[in-house]
Design a protein around this ligand. Structure first.
Ligand SMILES: [Zn+2]
Length: 255
């Protein structure tokens, strides 16, 4: 591994055991993981992990759209997660957003929950780590309405026509290791500007046999460089600059 810093902007580290995470950062000392959460319990675990590995983990707390229909009282749970985030002075909420593709039956409830996170992001200037499957435009309109400054659209496979607006608003899209086999994602990389991209793993998700892991972001840089016809070192530094330039609440870790 070269001396570049690599960032996984979206991983579910709370699903791993402590030993895996410790050896991950031993093997990849230049890896920074922005760790998302799924619910209140995993938000607490993410916070603990970030306290153990302060130079490697930036915690994001949130209620995943897929969990909204599963927890007892999602609105209460979302409010507790926001309180925890404010108390712990975290800079990021995630994984939050809306999903009509996989869990459309809970969309009304998802919207009410997402409003809680949007208000918190606006009031406390927090970064949003977004899940937007099937709801790309709706989420973009909400970010605009709430005047949200920092947001990343994770594993972007949305409309190409929306990319210029996202870029103009200074939002980013993150590129997943699925780029190896997912044509739509490759197409996004070929048309999107490099200056709006970040890398992610969404680990430990298993995508069509790809067992995603945080260190995959190193290969993602390689893949982006290949598609764009650029050398990997310049892509790696440009991606870090994207984080420095746009995502100021996270910049302290990569200064
Ligand atoms: Zn995720």
């Amino acid at each position: 591994m070269s001396s570049h810093i690599y960032v996984d902007i979206h991983a579910h580290l709370h699903e791993y055991d402590y030993g895996f995470i410790a050896s991950l950062f031993e093997t990849y000392p230049n890896l920074i993981v922005v760790a998302v959460s799924d619910d209140l319990e995993s938000s607490k675990k993410t916070l603990e992990l970030a306290q153990h590995f302060p130079s490697h983990i930036i915690p994001c707390l949130g209620l995943h759209p897929w969990e909204v229909g599963k927890v007892d009282n999602p609105l209460e749970e979302a409010k507790k997660i926001v309180e925890l985030a404010i108390d712990a002075k975290v800079v990021c909420l995630g994984e939050v957003g809306l999903d009509t593709k996989f869990v459309g039956h809970t969309i009304e409830l998802q919207r009410r929950v997402f409003n809680i996170f949007l208000e918190a992001a606006r009031d406390y200037n927090l970064f949003l780590n977004l899940h937007t499957a099937g709801t790309w435009e709706e989420v973009y309109r909400l970010l605009y309405r709430y005047d949200i400054e920092y947001a990343n659209f994770h594993w972007y496979t949305g409309p190409i026509s929306l990319l210029p607006q996202l870029r103009e608003s200074n939002y980013t899209i993150s590129i997943n290791p699925a780029i190896r086999i997912q044509q739509k994602h490759r197409q996004i990389v070929s048309v999107a500007d490099l200056d709006m991209m970040l890398t992610e793993s969404d680990s430990p998700y298993d995508y069509r046999g790809l067992k995603l892991k945080p260190s995959d972001v190193i290969d993602v840089v390689e893949e982006i460089a290949g598609i764009k016809g650029l050398d990997r070192d310049s892509v790696a530094s440009e991606l870090i600059n994207n984080l420095r330039r746009r995502l100021k609440p996270l910049a302290f870790l990569i200064s």
